[in-house]
Design a protein around this ligand. Structure first.
Ligand SMILES: NC(=O)c1ccc[n+]([C@@H]2O[C@H](COP(=O)([O-])OP(=O)(O)OC[C@H]3O[C@@H](n4cnc5c(N)ncnc54)[C@H](OP(=O)(O)O)[C@@H]3O)[C@@H](O)[C@H]2O)c1
Length: 282
């Protein structure tokens, strides 16, 4: 444990609907304990019409800040005082930081994703494919473009891939005609596979470059059909737990100034079997 002075109780929240089975309290409570800070983190179910009141409550208190999950990541933007360039470009906030009465909106999904890729020794640059065109795909495309990747976007609804490419860069592609053999990073940022071990965003697994990494943002189940198909093809694979842990680490650092090792967050996600029964994202 690092030498960190005790501070008065400090609190952060998750606002989401549903929120009851969030994994975030496990991670952030472990981080407070590691950092020696007398703090707490709680998941609160906030319905969409109640978000303005919940955010106003943050402003009125000495609370550190909050995380946002479905369905609030986009609608919260209009309620904040400032946005980081990443949050503005992605159009989504997953972390509010309370600084002297002002609320700053940040997006730690994008840098958390890049940190997880670095841990997995993903290729730096090269041709990447992002599957999906929702909020997670927006963060992935933004992050990969920032990191110098050439990005193709493949989505079930092709028009959404085209719109995302026009906004954030990259090119929309069809699974049938994408130049798969040149692809060194395949990222599933769609919700295919979530709670559905037999569901894959690609009905036929494509012939990627043999050095490719396949990264699935889904972490429940720990191994999706996409990752099984990739492993069967002899490719390196990684699920979304690392991204989940890193986005939490970065939010915690923004609130407290303490960069707790990602291992603390990952260990909190791996309690004795049974403790995670019914747990849900994020
Ligand atoms: N590991 C992490 O820390 C982390 C962080 C954020 C998100 N995630 C995960 O990322 C995933 C996407 O989240 P999101 O917020 O971006 O969701 P979202 O905004 O609802 O977008 C869902 C996307 O998935 C596509 N999709 C859904 N079902 C599909 C299927 N059966 N086959 C092919 N495509 C399908 C949708 O395609 P259409 O456009 O055709 O509807 C859409 O592009 C979720 O599984 C979420 O848990 C993980």
């Amino acid at each position: 444990m690092p030498d960190h002075p005790q501070t008065p109780a400090q609190h952060a929240f998750l606002f989401a609907d549903p929120a009851a089975h969030s994994l975030s309290p496990l991670m952030h409570r472990a981080a407070f304990a590691y950092a020696g800070i007398d703090g707490d983190y709680a998941a609160r179910r906030v319905l969409a019409p109640d978000l303005p009141d919940a955010v106003a409550g943050l402003r009125a208190s000495g609370i550190l800040g909050a995380n946002l999950s479905l369905p609030h990541k986009e609608s919260v933007l209009a309620l904040l005082d400032e946005l980081t360039p990443a949050a503005r470009a992605i159009g989504a906030v997953n972390t509010i930081v309370h600084k002297g009465g002002r609320l700053h909106g940040d997006n730690t999904d994008a840098p958390g994703f890049l940190a997880a890729l670095a841990d997995a020794e993903a290729p730096k640059g090269g041709l990447s494919v992002v599957l999906g065109a929702g909020g997670a795909a927006r963060a992935a495309v933004y992050a990969l473009k920032q990191a110098g990747h050439e990005v193709l976007i493949v989505n079930r609804t092709h028009a959404r891939a085209q719109a995302l490419a026009a906004e954030l860069g990259g090119r929309a592609a069809w699974p049938e005609t994408a130049p798969w053999s040149a692809v060194t990073l395949l990222v599933n940022a769609s919700s295919a596979g979530l709670d559905a071990p037999e569901d894959s965003p690609l009905s036929v697994f494509p012939p990627l470059d043999p050095s490719a990494l396949v990264y699935d943002m889904v972490y429940r189940p720990a191994e999706t059909r996409l990752l099984r198909d990739a492993r069967a093809a002899g490719l390196r694979t990684q699920n979304g737990l690392g991204m989940l842990a890193h986005q939490a680490r970065l939010a915690f650092a923004a609130w407290t100034g303490v960069d707790v090792p990602v291992s603390v967050f990952l260990e909190a996600l791996n309690p004795p079997a049974g403790d995670l029964a019914g747990a849900a994202a994020p």
